[in-house]
Design a protein around this ligand. Structure first.
Ligand code: NCD
Length: 308
C-alpha cells in the first residue's frame, strides 16, 4: 500500500508530487462512497479527531466534519468563541490540554500564519491545516486540483489563472504551490496593490488585465476580496473592482470559448463574480464542494492511518 511522505498536512509548499498524486487518486474511491445510499465506512473507527476552529468557517468546517463522520471517527468540535481562549489561555496550552485527552488528529483553522507548524512540532497528534491566516489552505487547493483533473483530465500543462486578492489569500498560495508541483502553468491576475512582492520568484506569470488573463487560461480560480483582512484599503470601491476585475458573462462571451470557472466560496455575487457566471455552464463551484468532502476523507485517511 502506498503511503504519504508527510506526517502532517500543513501546506502544499514542499509536498512532493507523489503525495499530491496519491491524495488525488485516493479521492476517487471516496467519491464513489459518497454516491452510495449508505455513505459510511469504518476506516477511522476508534480514532478521535478534534476540529479546532479559531476563525469563522461554514463550508470547510462542515466539510471536514462530514468527512470525519463518514470515516466513522469520533469527532469533537471546538469553536474559539465559546472556549477558554477567551479566558487568556495560550494556543499551546489549549492544544496540550486537548491532546491530554488522547486525540489522534487535529484539524485546525487559525488567523495566525504558521499556527499548525508551531503546534505540530510540540504535540504528538497529526495536524491538518484548515487555513492559517493568509498563509496556506491545502485541502482547498487539493479539492480545486481534484475538480480541475475531473474536468480537464490532467493538470500537466494546464493553464490556470488565479484572479483577485492574491496577497491576502491562503487559497492562492496553496494553489500556486500545488499546481506548479503538478506541472500546471500558473498565472495570477489582480490589482498591483493585491500582489505579494515575491511572486515572480515562484515561477508564476502576472497579469494586471483580466481580459489578457482570460486569454491565457484554460481555467480561472476567482477569489473573494478578504475585507476581514483589510483588503478594502487596496482599491477605491467594490464597484470599481467589479468593473476592472469582475468575471462577467460579457467577458466570457467576448472570449468566445469555454473557460472553467472555480471559486472557493464564499462568493460575493456582483463583486468578483457575476451571478450568471457563478451559476452558468462553465462553473464548477458546486462540484468543488462535493469534491471537498472526498478530498478531506482521503487526507484524513492517509494522514490518520500512516504508521509512526
Ligand atoms: C476560503 C478561506 O476561508 O480561506 N474559503 C473557504 O475555505 N471556504 C476563501 C475565502 O474565505 O474567501
Amino acid at each position: 500500500m502506498a503511503s504519504l511522505h508527510i506526517d502532517h498536512l500543513l501546506g502544499l509548499q514542499n509536498v512532493p508530487k507523489e503525495d499530491i498524486t496519491l491524495i488525488l487518486d485516493s479521492t476517487d474511491t471516496f467519491l464513489e462512497i459518497l454516491d452510495r445510499p449508505i455513505k459510511k465506512v469504518p476506516t477511522l473507527q476508534g480514532k478521535t479527531v478534534v476540529n479546532l476552529f479559531f476563525e469563522n468557517s461554514t463550508r470547510t468546517r462542515i466539510s471536514f466534519e462530514l468527512a470525519e463522520r463518514r470515516l466513522s471517527a469520533d469527532v469533537v468540535n471546538f469553536a474559539a468563541g465559546s472556549s477558554s481562549v477567551k479566558k487568556g489561555e495560550t494556543l499551546l496550552d489549549t492544544a496540550r490540554n486537548i491532546e491530554a485527552m488522547k486525540v489522534d488528529i487535529v484539524v485546525m483553522r487559525h488567523s495566525a500564519a504558521g499556527a499548525g507548524h508551531f503546534l505540530s512540532k510540540r504535540c504528538t497528534s497529526r495536524f491538518i491545516n484548515a487555513g492559517d491566516g493568509a498563509h496556506e489552505h491545502p485541502t482547498q487547493a487539493l479539492l480545486d486540483m481534484c475538480t480541475l483533473r475531473q474536468k480537464h483530465g490532467s493538470l500537466d500543462g494546464l493553464n490556470v489563472c488565479i484572479i483577485g486578492d492574491i496577497a491576502h489569500s491562503r487559497v492562492a498560495r496553496s494553489n500556486i504551490y500545488g499546481l506548479l508541483t503538478m506541472g500546471a502553468d500558473v498565472a495570477v491576475c489582480g490589482p498591483p496593490s493585491m500582489m505579494p512582492y515575491d511572486l515572480e520568484k515562484l515561477g508564476v506569470r502576472i497579469f494586471h488585465d483580466v481580459d489578457e488573463a482570460l486569454q491565457f487560461s484554460d481555467a480561472v480560480n476567482v477569489l473573494r476580496i478578504q475585507l476581514e483582512r483589510d483588503a478594502g484599503a487596496d482599491f477605491p470601491t467594490l464597484r470599481e473592482y467589479n468593473q476592472t476585475f469582475g468575471i462577467t458573462r460579457d467577458r466570457l462571451d467576448r472570449l468566445g470559448r469555454e473557460v472553467t470557472v472555480l471559486h472557493p466560496g464564499p462568493i460575493n455575487r456582483g463583486v468578483e463574480i457575476e451571478s450568471e457566471v457563478a451559476d452558468g455552464p462553465y462553473s464548477v463551484i458546486l462540484p468543488q464542494v462535493t469534491n471537498g468532502v472526498a478530498i478531506r476523507m482521503a487526507v484524513l485517511y492517509l494522514i490518520g492511518t500512516k504508521a509512526e
